[in-house]
Structure formats: C-alpha cells, structure tokens
Design a protein around this ligand. Structure first.
Ligand SMILES: [Zn+2]
Length: 284
C-alpha cells in the first residue's frame, strides 16, 4: 500500500494495543532491511530519518525510496522525520511528503521550547500530519550531536507543554539515552507518573541499549512508539566488517550490501517482537 499518514499509524497502534517500532534509515539497504522486517511482523511502523542522515541523499530521495518499497507491502508504514532541530528540516521533510515529523527543541529553555514546538505544530497542521516533540533532554550521542547531563522530563510541565504546543506525541527523557555508550536505566515510577497525566501517547527514544524486559513493559506505560537506531547501524557495519575480514580480496560489494541488509532485517524483526512481548496482539 502507499505510505500512510502518521495519524493512521497512531490509530492502528492504539486500536490493536501494540507498540510501533520507529527505525532509523540511512540508505537503500537499511530501508529494505527495515521494511522487510516490518512486513514480516505485520505490526504498523514508523521508518524515520534524521537531518544528519539526510545529508548523503536528500528528503526527496528518501521519500521516493521508502514509498516505492512501501507500495509493495501489506503492513502500513509512515515516513517520519526524526529530530528535526530546525524549522527548515521540518519544512523540507513535510514538503517532500513525510507523513509525520518530530520537532526537537530540547536545546532551548522551557518557554522557547514551547514557542518553537507550537510553530512547528501550526505548520504541520496545514498538511494534516502529526508532530512529536521532546520534553526534557535525552542524554547521549544522537548521530553527531552529544547531549550532556541528565535532563529528565519534568512531570509538572507535561500538561502545560502538550496543551500549549498541541503536539500529538511526547518523547520523554526517563533514563533512556541515545547511542550505546551510556548505561540506560529506565525510571519506571517517573514514566508511570507521566503516563497517568499526559493527554497524548508517549515515545521512547534510544531503545538500543535498554534491556528487553524493560522494552517489553513500555506497552503498559502509554508508550506507542519506540525508536531504534544504534542497533541497526551496528548490525549493518558489523556485517560489512565480517565480510571484509573473511575475504579481504573479494571486493564483492553486492554481497556486502545484501549481508548488511539481512543483518538489519534480523535486528529489526527481533526488536518488534521484544516491544510487543507483553502486547495483546501477536506478532507474526
Ligand atoms: Zn532520538
């Protein structure tokens, strides 16, 4: 089917009481690997890209590539902008046809975050697509961007933030970290507190390093979207490295690309299973 609007994914996920994986792509092989796994699982999903990864292709290229693959699938997929840190990135992704966006203004203080987020929501509303925003600052290395410190989401700001910005999804900082270099430690009491009061569904970033049993508990805590990037990239790079080590003189790029694609597919498929271990619907 054609790529769907992000609101459609949100509705399907809530209806089925499952969790959507949100997997970061970079290029063709990553895209095919992710979407093959999504199709096998039967669980609607987000495929996403951050502006840092756009630099090697462009929003239109990514859109065309993802749309072409999605058209061959039965499982609904939306294309989402991950960590749009500038209005320009939000605008470019939206105009390229993305079905969902994240506006990331976590670098600003609270009031400025509200203003920038509300502006992005206002813009996206004209295109009828959902907006995700981050409250608090998720620590760690997110592509080339390193965020220091522990800026957990302040539950006292949640209702005010959601009401004043009009966001559709809230990304929380509850001990989750970006990348694989820090030890994540999910603060479940804080997550539960946010879930109880938050008017919109929650998003968890940085799922790569989080233990499976904690990932599996997200479905019971209002989280409907879980972002995974580092694990896919590790699988991709390791597959290429292994091919090279085994046969350094083979220079068979097709073989390396296919092995990387397969490695990404397996990681994504496993992650979808883990996310939905405690969900009511079963994963194929
Ligand atoms: Zn993130």
């Amino acid at each position: 089917m054609p790529l769907v609007n992000g609101f459609k994914i949100i509705d399907l996920i809530k209806e089925r009481h499952v969790v959507a994986g949100a997997f970061n792509t970079t290029n063709l092989e990553t895209t095919i690997g992710i979407l093959n796994a999504v199709e096998r699982s039967g669980i609607p999903a987000f495929i996403q890209i951050a502006p840092t990864n756009i630099s090697i292709s462009g929003y239109e290229y990514i859109y065309d590539m993802v749309a072409r693959k999605a058209a061959t699938m039965d499982t609904p997929v939306t294309l989402h902008l991950d960590h749009g840190k500038s209005f320009e990135s939000v605008r470019s992704a939206t105009q390229a046809g993305f079905g969902s966006i994240m506006t990331d203004n976590a670098k600003y203080d609270y009031e400025e975050n509200v203003l920038h987020t509300a502006a992005a929501v206002e813009y996206a509303k004209g295109y009828g697509i959902p907006v995700e925003a981050e409250l608090g600052a998720i620590a760690g290395k997110e592509d080339d961007d390193v965020t220091n410190g522990n800026g957990k989401t302040n539950p006292e700001q949640v209702i005010d933030f959601v009401e004043r910005t009009g966001v559709d999804l809230l990304a929380v900082a509850v001990g989750n970290v970006h990348g694989l270099n820090l030890d994540p430690n999910i603060d479940f009491p804080l997550l539960k507190k946010i879930h109880e009061i938050c008017p919109v569904p929650l998003v968890l970033h940085g799922a790569s390093g989080i233990p499976d049993d904690q990932i599996a508990e997200m479905v019971n805590n209002g989280v409907i979207k879980i972002n995974v990037a580092s694990d896919l990239r590790t699988a991709y790079i390791q597959a290429g490295g292994k091919d090279y080590e085994e046969e350094p003189d083979r220079f068979d790029l097709v073989n390396v690309a296919l092995d990387a694609e397969k490695a990404v597919e397996e990681v994504v498929y496993k992650k979808i299973h883990v996310m939905n271990m405690n969900a009511s619907a079963t994963v194929q």
